[in-house]
Ligand binder design. Structure first.
Ligand code: C2E
Ligand code: MG
Ligand code: MG
Length: 265
């Protein structure tokens, strides 16, 4: 029940049982992994991993997502600093923002402080927002985005193809990347008419000079279709599921040559 999940969240915050997994993002142009998405998990008292589908809604309802989100961001910044991810050919890490965080006036100040504490260059960070964030608190969201963008952080629009997916929304939101949700990708392969929806969305988004990430790519056929369509970035189980820090780094190091700079452990 909801109370049990709430207790899981409280325990995770108090004991620092919050973990960040990383899922690689492949560039079809560069033919290598150039980015990754940070995805939160919490652990219970037995060390069992609990996925966000179980606890995000509860944490949003009781406000604890503010602390969880900040813990994730601190861990991502530390991970980037300690591992110098550019040496792995990675240009940035995408981090999810909850609608509750977007509506929080202190968000930009907190996140800028955390980047400064880690001496991070802001172009190593890309924050993912969703359409629902602008529906609920557009003014605060835009103020947060403006502060973070002037600092040098960039934004993606997550979950495109779910909910309203109002194309005007993309016009309003200062994002650089639009992420096509897995449901839209699946519809593309299952429904003849859905092809036209995605083709049209893709042309409009490219016309606005934004990049597209196709999420939830699971098969070679799906990958090839997305590449042929001209989608720049691909994320999905076809390449890798989200991995814990060290497994993720080993995966990246095993798939592509690192730069000349040697990585010390
Ligand atoms: P999202 O941001 O759209 O993240 C993509 C989700 O799709 C991830 O689920 C990922 O594991 C899953 N996925 C990726 N490729 C495939 C695939 O090929 N097949 C299938 N079936 N699934 C795939 P995950 O990690 O369970 O996260 C679910 C959602 O929880 C995320 O959706 C995001 O909305 C939320 N979330 C995750 N981490 C955070 C966080 O740190 N903060 C906030 N506020 N939300 C988060
Ligand atoms: Mg996301
Ligand atoms: Mg998504």
């Amino acid at each position: 029940g909801e109370k049990e999940v709430e207790q899981l969240i409280i325990n995770a915050i108090e004991n620092d049982w919050v973990e960040v997994y990383y899922q690689p993002i492949y560039s079809t142009e560069e033919r290598r992994f150039t980015a990754a998405e940070a995805l939160m998990r919490i652990k219970d008292e037995n060390g069992k991993i609990i996925p966000p589908g179980i606890f995000i809604d509860v944490a949003e309802n009781n406000g604890m997502i503010l602390r969880l989100g900040e813990m994730v961001f601190e861990k991502v910044c530390r991970f980037i600093r300690e591992n110098q991810i550019r040496q792995y050919g990675l240009q940035y890490i995408e981090v999810n923002l909850s609608v509750i965080q977007c509506a929080y006036e202190q968000l930009a100040d907190d996140y800028i402080r955390i980047m400064e504490e880690n001496s991070l260059s802001p172009d190593l960070i890309n924050l993912e927002i969703t359409e629902s964030a602008s529906v609920s608190a557009k003014k605060t969201l835009l103020e947060n985005m403006q502060s973070l963008m002037s600092y040098g952080v960039r934004f993606s629009l997550d979950d495109f193809g779910t909910g309203q997916s109002n194309l005007n929304y993309i016009v309003d939101m200062p994002v650089d990347i639009v992420k096509f949700d897995r449901s839209m990708i699946n519809a593309y392969f299952e429904n003849g008419k859905a092809k036209y929806v995605m083709d049209a969305a893709m042309h409009m988004i490219h016309g606005m000079d934004l990049e597209i990430v196709s999420e939830g790519i699971e098969t070679k056929e799906q990958y090839q279709t997305m590449e042929d369509l001209g989608i720049s970035y691909i994320q999905g189980f076809y390449f890798s599921k989200p991995l814990p820090e060290q497994e993720f780094l080993a995966f990246i190091a095993g798939t592509q040559p690192r730069s000349a700079v040697s990585v010390s452990r």
